[in-house]
Design a protein around this ligand. Sequence first.
Ligand SMILES: O=C(O)CCC(=O)C(=O)O
Ligand SMILES: [Fe+2]
Length: 271
Amino acid sequence: MVATCENVDFDLKLDEFKINGYVVFDDMIPHEKLDCIREAFMPLVEHIKARDTEVSNVETGDVRVGMGRQQFKNRYTVTIPWVEPFADPEIYEHPVMLEFLDRYWETDEYVISCYHSNNPYPGSEIQPWHRDTGLAKYIPHVGLENCPVVGVKFPLEDTSEENGSIEVLPSTQYLADPSMEGRYNEVLLRGSFPSSQRLNLKKGSMWVQDVRMLHRGTPNLSDTVRPELVLCYCRSWFSIGQTVEMPCSTYHALSDKGQKMLLRRRPVEWD
Ligand SMILES: O=C(O)CCC(=O)C(=O)O
Ligand SMILES: [Fe+2]
């Protein structure tokens, strides 16, 4: 059974998110949908894996064939093309997720600013502890109650200690001491931080990540890739300098809500 707004305790989910810096929603996406996405996704990530034998700082390639990079050894990022089966309104307009975001930001003025993925393969290694934002540098000493950008993530399979489930250090999203930025990995490896935990997720779940919360990818010890897709939702007044590419015809076919959330798309011509 897929989660509906009627069977979610949004007040509790918001409290969990504000306290922990992440929140998990189970049973959000039917397994068959994820299987279709996985089938379409594999050629993209395999293309990048075959092409990129070196670690790189920049993503390259055509998004429809495989735009991405080897981010760390055997760990690939892939930009997701805005085409079926990836661009599915039952995912990016998921009523439970939009209701959650409307309540979190107390407005529906937000946009989708990226569609991306994180994909550790067997042989990947532990990542440095990090945040996915430089907010504490741009707005030092202010632990904003609401983060203007969040990642909405969904794995295509169960994630586990074996296949490289993410490790998080809950409640670190409000840290805003700029002198600590760039030192987190060193500090966390040396000190004692017993509240860190692995997020072992069930296939079908979606989770929201406050991009300020400290986290790291872990080694994939299984024999197959562990893909996780991420949609970035961002307040309309904020920018992370990224946008989704799509042809005008695709944009005009979106729902009113879809058009509002993808107002910042980059028009491209695809034949
Ligand atoms: O895929 C993961 O488990 C974490 C990846 C991550 O945090 C990143 O690359 O920024
Ligand atoms: Fe990250």
